[in-house]
Design a protein around this ligand. Structure first.
Ligand SMILES: C[S@@+](CC[C@H](N)C(=O)[O-])C[C@H]1O[C@@H](n2cnc3c(N)ncnc32)[C@H](O)[C@@H]1O
Length: 357
């Protein structure tokens, strides 16, 4: 079958929203260079359909840089330390590697995009505190597409509107009034589920997770280092390997039935097949309707094929992430929007107040 290079070109073109392009000049220049390069288009077009995402190409190049590639390592190190004077020239040099040594990228394409972003915990925290307000003092949390399981520790990250000395702090701008002082529930079990979970005690998994981060964001890298250091003292998690379709029931069976179970997913569903996305939506809707289960979904409305995806709203057009919440006994309701790494969030008080449960 012929490769669809035009489709690959479009994927590079739309990989970053305007906010990301303005913040990250090196990656923005690199995506533009990749978009117009045939070898880069071929590499992306060859990836299996669920993982055909430019982030996989970016992460493969970043991995080579982290492993000491003679051309890439100094470029990425300049990006990380804010010393990159000419992002376009750097992007051209990286493109030279893509063309001269395509295997540097090609040999990593069996992997998956597995960015595990604790910034999303700023959103989970706020929404979970609001759910707890409805009389749920103890919860199980189940994270579907958990990657390294970092968001199972949503309650371990302080959230502030400005950065401080603590590397674990999540900086989130509240674009609507959000009461960050609401108490969080106790967490009795933390269960993750992933097709291929990352084990941070394995060097290759750790390096791949770092490679999925963006080099121009040293603050995120520093937070990951702080998570790695803190994690041995945090509560244990249970991580199941397998697809959401096969293992969601197993994950839920591990939960304490006397506590509310909150199932979360963030930037995972876009990597499911279309039929698995719909099956997951149907299963979660049914489980919330009939059991002590709530569901928080943070996904791009352009990446999921659900009737609740509002791709026509302004927030969606700007690249926002939809906050979809289903309370026990209720139906999926849009509670608001957030930035894809949790840098801002806005909640709709009326939607929250009228959520049925
Ligand atoms: C981009 S990462 C997001 C990780 C995490 N949810 C976060 O927000 O930081 C997507 C994760 O979903 C997992 N994944 C993809 N398809 C899956 C499936 N069908 N079932 C379970 N996990 C899946 C991938 O292995 C990957 O670790």
């Amino acid at each position: 079958m012929a490769l669809d290079l035009e489709d690959a070109r479009r994927l590079y073109h739309f990989a970053f929203n305007a906010e990301d392009r303005a913040r990250l000049p090196f990656y923005a220049a690199l995506l533009t260079a990749l978009e117009h390069d045939e070898q880069a288009q071929v590499l992306l077009a060859e990836v299996r359909v669920e993982q055909r995402n430019p982030m996989l190409i970016l992460a493969s190049l970043h991995l080579a840089a982290l492993k000491g590639h003679p051309v890439l390592t100094p470029i990425y190190s300049r990006a990380r330390t804010g010393q990159m004077e000419n992002p376009s020239r750097a992007a051209t040099e990286v493109l030279g590697v893509v063309n001269d040594e395509p295997d540097t990228v090609h040999r990593e394409l069996h992997r998956s995009t597995q960015t595990n972003e604790p910034g999303r915990s700023a959103v989970f925290r706020a929404v979970i505190a609001l759910i707890a307000q409805r009389g749920h003092r103890v919860i199980n949390i189940v994270d579907v597409g958990t990657s390294a399981g970092i968001n199972l520790y949503f309650d371990r990250f302080p959230v502030r509107s400005r950065d401080d000395e603590n590397p674990l702090t999540l900086v989130c701008r509240d674009d609507s009034p959000i009461d960050r002082s609401l108490p969080l529930p106790d967490v009795v079990s933390r269960i993750g589920l992933d097709l291929a979970p990352l084990d941070l005690s394995i060097e290759d998994d750790r390096l791949w997770l770092q490679a999925c981060y963006w080099p121009e964001e040293p603050r995120r890298m520093a937070r990951l280092d702080a998570v790695l250091a803190a994690r041995p003292s945090w509560p244990t998690t249970t991580i199941l390997t397998g697809s959401a379709r096969d293992r969601l029931g197993d994950a839920l069976a591990l939960c304490d039935p006397s506590a509310l179970t909150i199932v979360v997913n963030s930037y995972a569903l876009g990597y499911f097949s279309e039929s698995d996305q719909i099956a997951f939506f149907d299963e979660m809707t049914q489980r919330c309707a009939s059991a002590n289960v709530a569901w928080i979904s943070l996904e791009s409305p352009f990446m999921v094929q659900w009737a609740t995806s509002l791709t026509t709203s302004d927030e969606a057009r700007k690249g926002g992430t939809q906050i979809l919440v289903t309370l026990p006994g209720g139906s999926p309701t849009q509670w608001g929007w957030c930035q894809h790494h949790g840098l801002w969030m806005t909640l709709d008080d009326d939607a929250i107040a009228s959520s049925n449960a």
